[in-house]
Design a protein around this ligand. Sequence first.
Ligand code: SF4
Length: 276
Amino acid sequence: MRDWADVLEANGATPATVRRLVSQLRACEAAAIAFCRLLERWGRGDAVPATAGSRAAALRHAADRIETALAGLEAPLSAYLLELEPERTEGRSWYGGPGAGELVEWRPVLERAGVGACPNRVAAVYLELAVLVRALQGLDDAARLDAAPDRSSLWAGLFDLRDNWLPESAGSPQPDADADDTEALEHTVKEHARNTLVEWMLGNRCTFACSYCPSELHDGSLPWISADVILPFLDEVRRHYADALGRQVWIQYTGGEPTVHPDFPRILTAGNAAGF
Ligand code: SF4
């Protein structure tokens, strides 16, 4: 059955760019669904996991996953937008604004769950993620009905979503290869300013099913990111951060359980060879 990935593929210029965008968007979609479903369960009075402490841990865990997934989205999405080159960029998004069901008052829900997170922040994140999930579902429907948006609508929708999810990247879709603001951080130990940490979610298969972990984060519904994508990207990271900027690079793989990735030894070896 056709889905949103087919629409992106049909409009993409370079297979490698499409592959990267699709795999990162799938990671974002799974993490967004996990975050939203966790809150929605609490909204229905379903107190999972069983204790307030484990619910707070589950929310933190889901938020960390979405942060990691979104952080990895900017580069492939920017590259895709550049390559899309629509004739007209003033097209309209293929999806509409939030529905009433997405404008939820989360304060009483969080209080009932015993979770001390900022309700305004939770509401903002929930809304942005719900828009992401609904936008991809809209593309799914369009693909099934053979009514995919034209290139300018696709560009406009992806550009809007990019501004929603990655607010600091608002403006031109041109990725700025020289941008590097880590010098602005004050470190007690100056040497630590050289550190760059890359956190990468490789997939969502896991050999455990921890009670506080939403199923979307360990049920194996996502394919592993292929070593054919990972290895060239590690090379790019080395060239940009280590060679050009003189950084000490650390790579932190997450999942699911990243050590069950079928090519994990190869991926580790490549990272070690690159000096990470
Ligand atoms: S070990 Fe697996 S199931 Fe447990 S928290 Fe991590 S990803 Fe989730």
